[in-house]
Design a protein around this ligand. Sequence first.
Ligand SMILES: [Zn+2]
Length: 225
Amino acid sequence: MRFLPSFLSVVMLSLIQGNIMGITMENKAKTILTLDDHNHCLTQKAKAIANTLSGFAEAQEIIKDLKSALYPHMPAAGLAAPQIGILKTVFIFSWDRSPEHLEAAMNPIFYPLGIEKNSGWEGCFSVPLALAYVPRYQNIFATYTNIDNERVTYKLQGFAARVFQHECDHLQGVENIHRSDAEVKEFTTLEEMVAFIEDIKKGDAVNYIKPEFQSKKPIRKDQKK
Ligand SMILES: [Zn+2]
């Protein structure tokens, strides 16, 4: 997911890479897939990363690919492995869209903290020329394996919680525009969409809330190859 800023870049990306090139070149950033991907990677469930050393090594490679695909579009909120054609439960996300706070999450899960939901507009790299207005839990506990192979839990609020839930949806093969609780707004031109975004993105920054660390399990010593 990118969320609202840099919509120009996402649409350009989709047009240039997704629709016209349609292929991924070796030694280049992976193409971010759009919903017209003929392999339907965006609508399939991703498989868990094995809790083994080789599983962890595989995830490291995926994270590298995710970062190289997303960096040209920063500031951005995140990107999930199925969006680059890899059906594994890994994504990267940033609680304030900054590259400094980009975090990798392997085998993520979340628990809502309370029933409060907030609705907000979401863009997605995989969905050009449409936005989804989606209710998401305001506060969650997010648990995942991080880049240091530690199982960590953070309390996420506001924008960070929204991003995490959006990326978890990708791992289930669910696009935000396909959710039954989403209101979808389609655009016919880039200019129209950019004008809409400029109006609504102003309020986003107030929801940038730094994740609160909760717990960490040490690196497993008994992992097998
Ligand atoms: Zn997305």
